[in-house]
Design a protein around this ligand. Structure first.
Ligand code: PLP
Length: 399
């Protein structure tokens, strides 16, 4: 008998499974709407010009060296400024403990570990639905999970009332996971007014916000606007955690570059907390990778390059927004009796179409259109060449 004969095969990741099936399809007109990575109008991955320039500047430097456990300090400082704002009082007061992380996933995992270690017995409240990995992450960190209502299928919008009602009953001392912008998979975000209400509610109920910010700039095209939730919570004096990723907004997916920060009471507390953040990272992976952090630092610390990058994020966001308009127009032009307002109301990389799993199966089997069975489409996979075909298929099977 082998040591490992008792090990069963793990269930497949639903998103990676979609990509595998897509790759195996020989139809030249196949469309991949599964993967959450940006594509240009010809369906190709993009390396941003600002990233190419940063790469040129980094080339030849000592980017093979080890970083400290907390990563590249200037990168972290640039990164938190982008999120909390240049003039943020919590940054000025040195209340923020920070550490370079392995992209958004790594930030979330460290948040979960920190919660498990330092807020023992506390529960994490996660929205329904959410990015599926959130559930794996807090499960593996052995933190108790509750799920709060978020999405209302009837309106294909936010179920704000039920969400607030549910959270108001959470025991004090619990943590609440929120998507800072461009909620994945629904594309449905609270309004500014609703963020303010949520912030007040969490404060009144002594709940700890954990903000997952994987799409800053990608939702509206404006990095400041997309940081509104973070800034409202910081302004309201929350102690909070923030998980930043540069995968999407800089197109650095495979470089694994992110920043994890915790807003503390004061500088002294931040120092202690930061030392414990490092103590968590050290036995997991020792220190984070250098190259991606250097790219981001080179962009954010250089006024002109940062300006160029902001323009490129806007361009990506605007292409996605224009594809939403085009998809909706195509469906309406086909005489669809259904309302497709949610395609343009929802924001960010994804659109939660409302298609049922059986309808998704038809799109795949009959039209070689690949998406997850929850009806989520990655708008990044939609372009001027395939939008008409996509609309026809949704029109045919989506009733
Ligand atoms: N959080 C959310 C909500 C996401 O959608 C994603 C990526 O899809 C991530 C975190 C993590 O991405 P990464 O680890 O590549 O930064």
């Amino acid at each position: 008998d082998s040591w490992f004969s008792h090990v069963p095969e793990a269930p497949r990741d639903p998103i990676l499974g979609v990509t595998e099936k897509f790759l195996a399809d020989t139809n030249p007109q196949k469309i991949n709407l599964g993967v959450g990575a940006y594509r240009d109008d010809s369906g190709q991955p993009v390396v941003l010009k600002s990233v190419r320039e940063a790469e040129r500047r980094v080339a030849g430097s000592h980017f093979m060296e080890y970083l400290p456990i907390a990563g590249h300090r200037q990168f972290c400082e640039d990164s938190v400024k982008l999120a909390y704002g240049e003039d943020s009082p919590v940054l000025k007061n040195k209340q923020v403990a920070m550490l370079q992380s392995l992209s958004g996933t790594g930030s979330c995992r460290l948040s979960a570990e920190f919660q498990g270690h330092w807020l023992p017995g506390s529960t994490i409240y996660i929205p329904t639905p959410t990015w599926a990995n959130h559930l794996n992450i807090w499960r593996d960190a052995h933190v108790a999970i509750e799920q709060y209502p978020y999405y209302k299928p009837e309106t294909r919008g936010l179920d704000f009332e039920r969400m607030c009602d549910f959270l108001s009953k959470a025991p004090a001392g619990s943590a609440v996971l929120l998507h800072a912008c461009a909620h994945n998979p629904t594309g449905v975000d609270p309004t500014t007014e609703q963020w303010r209400e949520l912030s007040k509610l969490l404060k009144a109920k002594t709940l700890l916000p954990i903000l997952d910010c994987a799409y800053q700039g990608f939702a509206s095209g404006d990095c400041d606007r997309d940081a509104q939730a973070i800034r409202i919570f910081a302004e309201d004096g929350h102690r909070m955690m923030l998980c930043q990723s540069f995968a999407k907004n800089m197109g650095l997916y495979g470089q694994r570059v992110g920043c994890w920060s915790i807003v503390c009471e004061d500088e002294k507390e931040a120092k202690a907390v930061e030392s414990q953040m490092k103590a968590l990272a050290r036995p997991m992976y020792s220190n984070p990778p250098l190259f991606g952090a250097l790219l981001v630092h080179n962009i954010l610390a250089d006024k002109a390059l940062k300006q160029q990058w902001l323009g490129e994020v806007k361009e990506m966001a605007e292409r996605i927004i224009s594809m939403r308009t085009l998809l909706r127009q195509n469906l309406e032009a086909l005489g669809s009796p259904l309302s497709w307002n949610h395609i343009t109301d929802q924001i960010g990389m994804f659109c939660y179409t409302g298609l049922a799993p059986e309808q998704v199966d038809k799109l795949t089997a009959e039209h070689s259109i690949y998406l997850t069975r929850n009806g989520r489409i990655s708008m990044a996979g939609v372009n001027t060449n395939n939008v008409a075909r996509l609309a026809e298929a949704i029109h045919k099977w989506g009733l």
